[in-house]
Design a protein around this ligand. Structure first.
Ligand SMILES: [Zn+2]
Length: 487
């Protein structure tokens, strides 16, 4: 390259720098601290996933808690489509969350834009000043505020401030999912089940909160600093995760364990140590069994957190919550819920799916995994009791109301139908596959599905294709009969 061309290049680069604001560079070395050593290379294998940097602070009073912050999203268009907009979701504004969230000061590559909000104020559409071509990058920055009101229980109290316990999943504008040829996901229905559909990203999150509050989050905390004003600033990294969840309380105590190199922490309210130690054993056994059956959990850490949810439990990447109501050693539900939610680390968190369209894909697999656990830990008779109870639940409902397939949306199932088909008939579909094609073949097929789609998004079609390839069997008929759709 000649001298003058170097000069021209330099001028061009300077111009680009001048017009294109730099994202806060994320430190890949820090991200690796959240992965087990043998999976640190996975970060480099997904260079084009969104890079999300959040800086926020919590202001907590007896009446409410507010998180105010800024988010930077470096987004690469990995689809073959040219994008005219980028869509984010504000879950706290869902009636089922009962909170309040807003955004301001939205910039695209440094240019102020006015986002469009839908009537539910849960979909933020950001029109791009210039269309984003395939493989091009754009930087979106957003200021946000999310509020949760004390002592209000809506639906599952998923997003809540009850008895001094803050549950703040989806507290920031969460990037929606762009589906090639279809468009941005904009479903707002949340009659029951899970509300969120999101893609894997790298999260770098800095949170400042009153020092006496214990914060539990997805990912790994890499630093904490005490500030002069009685607050503490925590720095977290959560690479290769499809969400970043936050739970907090002044009451949390922790017991720590380990399984296959993964740090497992159980966080519980004072007085719950006996159940916490039991829950830790359940989580360790579940991780051991699911690692062996489906493939390894790649993250360095997994948190099990007692909260005041009324859902039994709820899954988030790297973090599961279990309801306080079942936090005692006499309650079999503590074991069922802990194991079910841990299973979601494989089915939902690592292998993602649209939980609002195909909830069976993660729920039925989490249920089936739970039965596998009970078989491994307590033997085949106990396992059979689980299958029998699922059969009863499905049959009792079907006899009175008619049979349904498992592959419908939460809105399609009214009330008890959702459990009867997605949570009871669903795992029996996998039992049917095991009985028909062999238990070992099913586990091998699920392992292949996990390896092919971890950190990504799968559809029922993908599961069918992987199982068909693994077994060299055509499964159209069985998928049509049980799921209601086939390839
Ligand atoms: Zn579940």
């Amino acid at each position: 390259m000649s001298y003058s061309r170097i000069l021209v290049s330099f001028v061009l680069i300077s111009l680009l720098w001048a017009t294109y604001p730099m994202a806060h560079a994320q430190d890949g070395g820090q991200f690796s601290q959240a992965m087990q050593p043998e999976f640190q290379q996975d970060i480099a294998a997904f260079p084009d996933i969104p890079q999300i940097t959040i800086t926020a602070s919590l202001d907590i009073t007896d009446q409410q808690a507010t998180i105010t912050g800024n988010m930077e999203v470096l987004y690469t268009n990995v689809s073959p489509d040219t994008l005219s907009e980028i869509v984010f979701r504000l879950y706290p504004n869902y009636p089922s969350y009962g909170g309040q969230a807003s955004v301001s000061n939205v910039l695209v590559n440094g240019t102020t834009v006015t986002p469009k909000l839908d009537p539910t104020v849960s979909i933020i559409s950001i029109l791009l000043p210039t269309p984003l071509l395939p493989s091009e990058q754009t930087l979106v920055t957003i200021d946000f505020t999310s509020t949760v009101f004390a002592e209000q229980t809506v639906l599952y109290a998923q997003y809540s401030y009850l008895g001094g316990n803050l549950a703040l999943p989806n507290f920031f504008p969460l990037l929606s999912v762009y589906e090639t040829g279809v468009g941005w996901w904009r479903n707002v229905a949340h009659p029951q089940g899970d509300a969120v559909y999101s893609a894997t990203a790298n999260f770098d999150v800095t949170l400042t909160a009153p020092a006496k509050w214990v914060l539990i989050t997805s990912g790994t905390r890499i630093a904490s600093t005490d500030n002069a004003d009685q607050t503490r600033t925590h720095h977290y990294v959560a690479p290769l995760m499809r969400d970043f969840a936050l739970m907090a309380s002044t009451q949390y105590e922790t017991v720590s364990g380990e399984q296959d190199g993964i740090a497992i922490d159980v966080h519980y309210f004072s007085g719950g140590d006996e159940a916490a130690n039991t829950a830790l054993r359940f989580a360790e056994d579940a991780v051991r069994i699911f690692n062996a059956h489906f493939g390894e959990y790649p993250f360095a850490e997994l948190d099990v957190v007692e909260t005041r949810t009324v859902a039994g439990g709820i899954e988030y990447p790297g973090l599961v919550v279990v309801q306080s109501e079942s936090w005692n050693t006499q309650d079999l539900y503590l074991e069922i819920v802990t194991v079910h939610e841990v299973a979601h680390q494989w089915w939902y968190s690592l292998v993602g799916n649209d939980q609002t369209r195909d909830p069976w894909l993660d729920e039925s697999l989490a249920q089936y995994a739970t039965v596998l656990y009970f078989g491994e830990v307590y033997g085949p008779d106990f396992q059979q009791e689980f299958f029998d109870s699922y059969t009863d639940s499905w049959q009792n409902f079907s006899t009175e109301n008619g049979d349904r397939v498992i592959g419908l949306t939460p809105s399609d199932y009214e009330g008890a139908a959702y459990f009867s088909f997605v949570y009871a008939k669903g795992p029996l579909f996998f039992k049917f596959l095991a009985d028909t094609y062999g238990q070992a073949a099913l586990i091998q097929g699920l392992n292949a599905y996990f390896i092919a789609y971890r950190y990504q998004i799968a559809t029922p079609t993908d599961l069918q294709s992987v199982l068909e390839a693994s077994w060299e069997q055509e499964l159209d008929e069985v998928f049509l009969e049980w799921v209601g759709q086939s390839n």
